[in-house]
Ligand binder design. Structure first.
Ligand code: F6P
Length: 350
């Protein structure tokens, strides 16, 4: 695809006259439309409270899954629902609603969204975003969001940062578009994005270190040992606390992101949601040559049991994700809760 290509043109080229692809392209177009409004809203910061009645950027309750909900989460959810409303979508699931909304049950596609990921960071002027996953509608509509991530037709996320960007996969690679504010149109800036298979950068919330499982402890300990450890290489650490921003960084210069399961109450399955966070990210990572895993299973193989199910997520540069998989499978590490000398395990190095 040509750099500079308009998103609309790119969707037309992809869809041609195929009705299913046209439905996918229409959803992506509508989400892009909504994202411009959400980008303006988040970009205005506290000014939004002056120019838009009722917006404070402050917490106003908890969502279906118990997370703190800000009025911006609710507003972003409404903007997306309004943009998708005219389209024939069978079901729409959102982080902000306990149950999916049923639209046109006979429609071939359904959509899952996290309207404003990272919203807890919004008052710190950090990048936040919208994540989406487009699925085929199965015969039994109640099973729509219980399909494994491998069923996804398309997935992507918008990042509202210094630039507003769209990272998109239609199952044939990953493309990144940036909003041209002058023309109010998304333009292709990075076609066929590839994640380097190796990396010297990791991202994890290290404040939870004492709660991690041994394989994660082992991996991070090796990274921290740097040139003085057996790996003989220094690593760099980043933690933004905003999944879309971390994913965008990995797609730009490689890296590995971990939000593992840990021993804290409520974190035994990690923190991130499978259907509208981990699945779209995993689809994007794999399509860009990276990988995504729980440490024990490939994310896209998992069959969700519930809409808001949480899942441990390890994603990014392929060789590092594989290394974590091997650490999770190691009987040596499983049997010892906190083995003292991880550097002995030459078997697990790559
Ligand atoms: O799911 C919301 C989210 O803000 C992600 O964007 C981010 O990766 C994660 O939570 C941060 O969690 P914590 O505050 O525990 O580091």
């Amino acid at each position: 695809m040509n750099p500079g290509l308009n998103l609309r043109q790119s969707m037309n080229d992809y869809a041609g006259t195929d009705p299913l692809r046209r439905a996918v392209g229409d959803v992506i177009g509508a989400l892009a439309h909504a994202s411009v409004e959400i980008s303006d809203l988040t970009g205005n910061g506290a000014l939004a409270g002056i120019t838009l009645a009722g917006i404070t950027g402050q917490a106003q309750g908890r969502n279906a899954d118990g997370d703190i909900q800000k009025d911006l989460d609710v507003r972003a959810d409404r903007i997306i629902r309004a943009a998708l409303e005219p389209l024939p979508i069978a079901a729409l699931a959102s982080e902000e609603a306990a149950e999916p909304e049923i639209g046109y049950p006979a429609a071939p596609i359904s959509v899952a969204i996290d309207p404003l990921d990272g919203s807890s960071n919004i008052d710190t002027n950090m990048s936040v975003g919208t994540i989406f996953s487009i699925l085929p509608t199965p015969r039994d509509i109640r099973a729509t969001f219980l399909q494994p991530g491998d069923a996804q037709l398309a997935a992507g996320f918008f990042v509202y940062g210094p630039q507003t960007s769209l990272v998109l996969t239609l199952g044939r690679g990953v493309d990144i578009f940036t909003l041209d504010r002058g023309e109010n149109a998304f333009k292709l800036i990075r076609p066929a994005v590839l994640i380097p298979p190796d990396t010297a950068e990791f991202a994890i919330n290290a404040s939870n270190q004492r709660h991690w499982e041994p394989p994660v402890q082992a991996f991070i300990e090796d990274c921290l040992a740097g040139t003085s450890g057996e790996r003989g290489k220094d690593f760099n650490m980043r933690w933004i606390g905003s999944l879309v921003a971390e994913a965008h960084r990995i797609l730009t210069r490689g890296g590995i992101f971990l939000y593992p399961a840990d021993a804290r109450e409520g974190y035994r399955d990690g923190r991130l949601r499978l259907v509208y966070e981990a699945n779209p990210m995993a689809f994007i990572m794999e399509q860009a040559g990276g990988a995504a895993s729980t440490g024990r299973q490939r994310i896209l193989d998992l069959t969700p049991a519930t809409l808001h199910q949480r899942v441990p997520l390890i994603m990014g540069s392929r060789n590092k994700v594989r290394r974590l998989d091997r650490l999770h499978m190691s009987p040596e590490i499983k049997s010892e809760p906190y083995p003292p000398l991880f550097a002995r395990r030459g078997l697990f190095r790559n």
